[in-house]
Write a protein that binds this ligand. Structure first.
Ligand code: ADP
Length: 542
């Protein structure tokens, strides 16, 4: 697989700084492993603070021109990038399976999902509208600007070379301002002030963005940050997980092939704390966007305070999956299976606590066990495999310790509960029953293929148990009652609620958490605002 990838030019092992592939300055490398075989796949540059500072400088320089392109121009670049990601779907999917372990089918799914953020951003770039607010005083006009195109307003007097729709709209705004400036006293002349700004930046993307991403979705966690960032006119320094840098580097290579200018997309990896500290310390980095553990997210948030960076965090979850007596058993089992076991249980929206009502508990437990029994475990490249390995030994040990804690407090293993005979980091898909809220497995994110079943009696009980956590990302409800589904969906303190559905993530809907699961939203029109400043312009004495 690696040699095939090599010939496609997508197997990159250096960092990307200002459009140039670069080794670590001290020549250091780190190894990337295939978790299914334990074999080393590649040695990638192990970078630190110096390389990061250069990547920030490159991003800052590129920002000067990128932020001044029109939305239509940025849209075309993103569209091209999307097309290339899709054209290389097979190779990228192989790369994900190789370094992350998920099944090839899931990897293909991730490319579709991940590339979708680039496509959506290409489209949404053109729809970053402002507002006109009815003024409380009759001599005023109130405007909200989210995205401003420099072009002729700053650098030329008149809009003589109008090209696309955006320019036409801005020409109208320009003309409108030109008309009304006659009525504005000289010292309040907005147009004059704007003109005086000359060639300086006059845009409202937040600026250079530091994007730090985890290993569980090596492509999608990057694209859902970089897509909207670029669409809004920001430039980025990406720090992918050291466990899965190859997919990130391949995506970056395709961004170059798409013609996205040098310095708009930069990638550094290696010493995570050092790279993180450089991003945090730089006043040029105006935003940190992060997906990963709650502990690291808190550090990044604290570190952003010094320069008051905008922060988006997508942190750990503790997703409840509530199955009511009135649920359709097949739908509930199928939904739970998908919500729990995809990516071997290694997603932040994976069902962490399966909370089942008394009347359906035994039937559901048996049906879930039978369904899980049919899941084939193996190398993600093999046919018919439903579950690959866990990412590393530490992940397996965490699962083992949670199961040990639960069983020592009375939980029963009804399927699995041990390492798989395939060795390495393979773990048997597991179902455990008689779990209660005092066990660690109910309070911590499992991030592995273990379905813990808890029992409840009333709807109030279910909601109380579900909300009894600091996390608030994904949640699932299975019921055939419309009234109940609304009641429960509204009562859940979660950013995402799947009703009779176990897989709900899509680029067109907002993804993000309540409470300590994070800040901000990714995807959808809401995800765009994370990369924009909002400017209010009040024109008085009209
Ligand atoms: P996970 O358990 O999912 O690996 P982490 O929060 O440890 O979660 O990792 C998510 C991302 O954060 C990875 O890219 C990792 O290298 C990075 N990271 C870890 N520690 C730091 C840090 N101190 N500063 C910046 N990034 C970090």
């Amino acid at each position: 697989v690696a040699s095939k990838l090599n010939s496609s030019g997508l197997l990159r092992t250096q960092g990307l700084i200002g459009g140039k592939w670069s080794d670590a300055y001290d020549g250091k490398t780190i190894k990337v492993y295939n978790p299914a075989t334990g074999e080393s796949i590649a040695d990638v540059a192990c970078m630190g603070g110096r390389e990061t500072n250069d990547a920030i400088s490159a991003a800052y320089t590129a920002y000067r021109s990128w932020s001044k392109t029109t939305a239509a121009e940025r849209s075309k670049f993103l569209r091209k990038w999307y097309d290339l990601l899709m054209a290389h779907k097979e190779e990228l999917a192989q790369l994900i399976t190789l370094e992350q372990g998920k099944t090839l089918k899931e990897s293909i799914g991730e490319i579709n999902y991940g590339a979708g953020f680039i496509e959506f951003s290409a489209e949404e770039a053109k729809r970053i509208y402002g507002d006109i607010i009815p003024a409380p005083l009759s001599d005023r006009r109130l405007f909200v600007l989210k995205q401003v195109v420099r072009s002729y307003i700053v650098e030329e007097d008149q809009p003589t070379d109008l090209k696309g729709d955006t320019e036409v709209i801005w020409a109208k705004v320009f003309n409108f301002w030109s008309q009304i400036q006659r009525f504005i006293p000289e010292d309040m002349n907005v147009i004059q002030e704007v003109t005086m700004l000359g060639p300086h930046l006059w845009t409202q993307p937040v600026g250079v963005v530091g994007a730090i991403t985890p290993w569980n979705f090596p492509l999608a966690m990057i694209t859902r940050k970089v897509g909207p960032a670029l669409a809004c006119g920001c430039t980025v320094v990406i720090k992918p997980s050291e466990l899965t840098p190859l997919t990130a580097l391949a995506a970056a290579e395709l961004s170059i092939q798409a013609g996205i200018p040098a310095g708009v997309v930069n990638v550094v990896m290696g010493n995570a704390p050092e790279i993180g500290d450089s991003l945090l310390a730089s006043p040029q980095v105006r935003k940190i966007t992060f997906t990963g553990s709650t502990a690291v997210g808190k550090k990044l948030m604290a570190g952003s305070a010094e320069t008051v960076k905008k922060v988006s965090l997508e942190l750990g979850g503790n997703a409840p999956c509530i199955v009511f007596d009135d649920a359709d058993l097949d739908v509930a089992v199928k939904g739970t299976l998908a919500a729990k076991f995809r990516n071997s249980g290694q997603t932040c929206v994976c069902a962490n606590r399966i909370i089942v009502q008394d009347g359906i508990y035994e039937k559901f437990a048996n049906a879930l066990r039978d369904a899980v029994l049919n899941m084939k475990v193996g190398d993600g490249f093999s046919e018919d495999v439903a579950q690959g390995p866990l990412i590393n030994e530490a992940a397996v040990q965490k699962v083992e310790s949670l199961i040990h804690d639960a069983t020592s407090k009375g939980a029963k293993v009804i399927l699995g509960g041990k390492r798989h005979s395939l060795g390495f980091t393979f773990y048997e898909p597991t179902v455990i029953s008689d779990v209660n809220i005092d066990m660690r497995i109910s309070r911590e994110e499992v991030f592995g293929p273990v379905a813990p079943l808890l029992r409840f009696k009333t709807e109030e009980d279910a909601i109380r148990i579900a909300n009894d956590t600091n996390a608030g990302l994904g949640s699932y409800v299975f019921t055939n009652s419309i009234q109940r589904s609304w009641r429960v969906a509204e009562a859940l303190e979660y950013g995402l609620v799947g009703v009779n559905e176990g897989v709900i993530s899509t680029e067109v809907a907002p993804f993000g958490g309540f409470k300590q699961s994070g800040l901000g939203r990714e995807g959808s029109k809401y995800g765009m605002d994370e990369y924009l400043e909002i400017k209010y312009v009040c024109m008085g004495n009209m």
